[in-house]
Structures are given as C-alpha cells and as structure tokens.
Ligand binder design. Structure first.
Ligand code: PLP
Length: 471
C-alpha cells in the first residue's frame, strides 16, 4: 500500500531538553509533571494513561506538548471541541465577558449571558421541539443532565424504571451509570436502579446474529413485543433513553428507521423518549442535532460537551408539559457558569453561520470513504462506520474465524498498539467500543482538507505498522 509522506508538522522525535515554555513563560518540565501526576492522582486516571504527554499550548486541531512535539488532536476533549482548541471566536467571547465585569459564578440567577445562551440554543434546536421546550441548567457535566432528565420523567410519570440500550454510555454518576451498558465499570459497585436493557442495532456485531436492515428490524420488533408482553418482566418505565449514534459504545449509528420506530413505540405507550445528544450535538454527525437525520421529535434532549464552547456546561431541554418539577427539584452549585454560556453561545452561532454542519457531513463522508478503501487493503480493519465527523474503525483479528455476520473477534491489544503508533506519528486517537478495539475519530468541525489528509496518512501508516509488528 502506498502512503503519502507525513507532512512537515509531524513530530521529528527531537525533544527540547528544557521543555517548551508554558503559559507563565517558564519551561514546563514534562517528565517531572507526568511523574508527579502518576504518583498523586487516582488509579482511575484515564486519558492521561493513554496519552503520556503534557500539553502546553493548543490551537485549532494542533496540540503542542511540553517536549515541543506537535499532535493532530482527533479526540477533541471526547468530542467537546467543535471549533478545535482556543478558537478566536471562543477566546473573544471569554475575553469580552471577563472585561465586562460580569460575575463569573451565579448559581442559577438570571443573567444576560444565560439569556443570550438560551436564545442561541433554542434557535439551534429543531423548530418543532424548541417551540414547546423548557431548559434546565444542570451541574456542568453530561452525567448530571442525564440524572436530571431521568428525574424529570420519573416526576412526570410517577414511575421509577427506565429503558436503556446495549452499548449505551450516559455517564458515571449512579443513575447515569445504571443506564450505561459497560459492565466492567458497573461490576465493582452495588447494582443500580431498575433498568431494562434493550438491544441496540449494531449491524457489524448484530445482537440477533443477522446484521443489516433485518437486524435493525428485529431490534425494533423485539422492543415492541417485550413491552407488550404482560409476562415480559418489564414494569412500566419512566423513560426510554438512547443515543442516535453511540459514541463510547464504539461509534455505532442507529438507522433512522429504527429511531422512528423507537419514537412510535414510546409515543404509543406513553413512555417519554430522552435522546442523549451529549456527544452527537452541535454539528458533530453532519446535522446540528443527530435527531434531525431521522426527523424524530424527542420528549427531552440531554446536551453538554460542545454547547459550552470548551468550558463545562450541561442542560436538559424538554417538552414543557413534562415540567412537573417543584423549585429545587434538581439543584446544584455550578449551574451558572457565565464564561461557558458566553463561549457556548458564540460556538453555536459560529457553527450555524459558517456552514460547519454541512462541512462535517462532507469531510466525514470523504474520510469514511478513504477508510473503507483502506479496509479493503488491511484485513485488520473489520468495520468502518459513523456519521459526519464521528467515525469509528473497528480492529479485528484477521486470522480468526468470522461469525455468522462476517465479523471477526475484536483485537483490543492491536488497538492499543495502533493508538501508540498514532501518538508516535503525531496523532491523538482514543479507543472505545464494546471491546476497546474501535479507533474513534472526533476531529473538530473546523478540520481542513490538509489536516484530514494528514490524519488519514498517519492513521493508515500506524495501523499498517502495528499490524506488521503483530504479524
Ligand atoms: C452520550 C454521552 N452521554 C453522557 C456522557 C457523560 O458526560 P460527562 O462525561 O460530561 O459526564 C457522555 C460522555 O462521554 C456521553 O458520550
């Protein structure tokens, strides 16, 4: 296979001995920082293990480490940075707010910044949904907004349980974790609330062993029949929660038809439908909100990550008739982050005004097509999938027998080597998926054609090299 030369900004491997200057102008001693944080921080450290670098500067898609090496960032704060790092529009909004003397912390008091953010948010939401929506500002993480959405629907319906899907990721606090599918993070803990797990359509590793449209049809039929079975063991639920494209679950897009079926099934049975758009929102999938691909109108949407323009912010937006909450029903100290609201409003408006949603769709399609061509050359690539700039490359053991759907066993050890090989080539790519064998590409929506080409070249070279090492 032929690979274009890695562009000039790829790391040379040379490290500056004293470290690159940090924000305060003094050199940052990267190795010492890494060592101290390894010793002082908890065993639950995550990304710091995958990427032993000490970022000192970042601009757009590029991150510079304390050792002077530069990386193209395809993780983007787990999909947070729609405009990349330190976008001028975001910096300007933050500086303007700082210079205005506006209070930075305000619980949930009324402010001009919150008013403006809410206007920008409602303008960005699907019209039919926004026309009858209310917003609740949550503690500044997606997981808190998931808790809030579930509590809202429990209050509205008087029911306690929930319907959630295989492969789902909704966060790490108790309620959100109960909704999450990943058993490894749940197993060490006492079991959480009453959640019925339903099959999410996943063509490559189909829960019914069928794949394709037939697998998605079965997934919908199963849900409908289970809910209607008086002996099916499912107590009436407060809500169904789903992601239109599962991110942590391995970049698995749900077919639009299946989503419409979930909307029909829940509507007919009086079950509120919550769509978790924490990762898919703000243009990421080639639509401003992922629900727009299927046209479904959910009862609630959980939003975080990109809506804060790189600062922490999380909300639940829901149909006004569900607002049975009393004052203080879901409170929290950090619900009035003025800077995040200013940065978020600027981001939402910039994405809409500069055609970045369409750009995500076009560049994403192009990257996916190139990755599919690569899969034809490299048998370790079992599947390429995604939507817009939320792409996944599932790595498999090509020597193993395929299952009935043609999928070979996942190869998490190879995936770790590819991630390391990517880092060596100046590319930050994280893993996800059921077996941690899916390379997840979440570049900023501002990615240039040259950067997209460089990402592809580095990734292709890394996969090829790691696969050769294995062989
Ligand atoms: C779909 C989805 N929901 C919820 C969360 C939790 O968000 P946070 O990490 O901000 O709590 C995430 C985080 O990745 C997510 O991807």
């Amino acid at each position: 296979m032929s690979l274009a030369a890695v562009p000039a900004q790829a790391p040379s491997g040379a490290r500056t001995p004293s470290g690159a200057p940090g924000a305060a102008g003094a050199p940052v001693a990267g190795e010492a920082v890494l060592r101290r944080q390894r010793i002082r921080e908890s065993g639950a450290r995550t990304y710091a293990r995958s990427f032993p670098i000490v970022p000192v500067r970042a601009n757009g898609m590029t991150v510079e480490g304390a050792d002077g090496r530069r990386y193209l960032d395809c993780l983007s704060g787990a999909g947070t940075l729609a405009l990349g790092h330190n976008h001028p529009v975001v910096l300007e909004a933050i500086r303007r707010t700082l210079d205005s003397g506006a209070p930075l912390h305000l619980l949930d008091l009324a402010t001009a910044e919150k008013d403006d953010f809410t206007t920008a948010l409602f303008e960005s939401l699907p019209g039919e949904f926004a026309a009858r929506a209310r917003v609740h500002f949550c503690g500044p993480a997606g997981t808190d907004a998931v808790e809030a959405a579930l509590k809202l629907m429990q209050t509205a319906t008087g029911r306690s349980g929930a319907l959630a899907f295989t492969g789902a990721y909704h966060g790490m606090t108790a309620g959100a974790l109960a909704l999450t599918g990943n058993v490894a993070v749940k197993e060490p803990l006492p079991s959480g609330g009453e959640v019925v797990r339903l099959p999410y359509p996943y063509a490559y590793r189909c829960p019914f062993g069928v794949g394709g449209d037939a697998g998605a049809d079965l997934a919908a039929t199963y849900v409908e029949r289970l809910l209607d079975d008086p002996s099916g063991g499912v107590v009436a639920a407060a809500a169904m929660i789903l992601e239109a494209v599962q991110g942590e679950g391995g970049v698995v897009p749900a077919p639009d038809g299946w989503l419409r079926e979930m909307r029909r099934i829940t509507a007919e049975r009086g079950i509120p439908l919550i769509v978790d758009e924490v990762q898919t929102g703000v243009g990421r999938t080639g639509a401003m909100w992922a629900v727009e691909h299927s046209g479904i109108v959910p009862d609630a949407m959980v939003l975080s990550k990109a809506i804060g323009g790189s600062l922490p912010l999380a909300v639940v937006v829901y149909r006004e008739d569900y607002d049975g909450w009393r004052p203080g029903a879901h409170t929290g100290t950090f619900r009035g982050n003025t800077l995040a609201m200013a940065a978020g409003a600027a981001t939402l408006r910039y994405v809409a005004a500069h055609g970045l949603v369409e750009r995500a769709a076009t560049v994403g399609d192009r990257m996916a097509a190139r990755l599919r061509d690569l899969a034809a050359e490299l048998p370790v690539i079992g599947d390429v999938r995604g939507r817009g700039l939320m792409l996944g490359v599932e790595l498999v053991d090509p020597a193993a027998e395929p299952d009935a759907c043609g999928a070979r066993p996942a190869d998490p050890a190879l995936a770790v080597r590819v991630r390391e090989a990517c880092l060596e080539r100046g590319l930050i790519v994280e893993l996800g998926g059921r077996h941690d064998a899916v390379l997840r590409l979440l570049p900023p929506l501002t990615i240039t054609d040259e950067q997209a080409a460089a990402v592809f070249d580095r990734l292709a070279d890394a996969i090829d090299a790691a696969a050769r090492d294995a062989g």
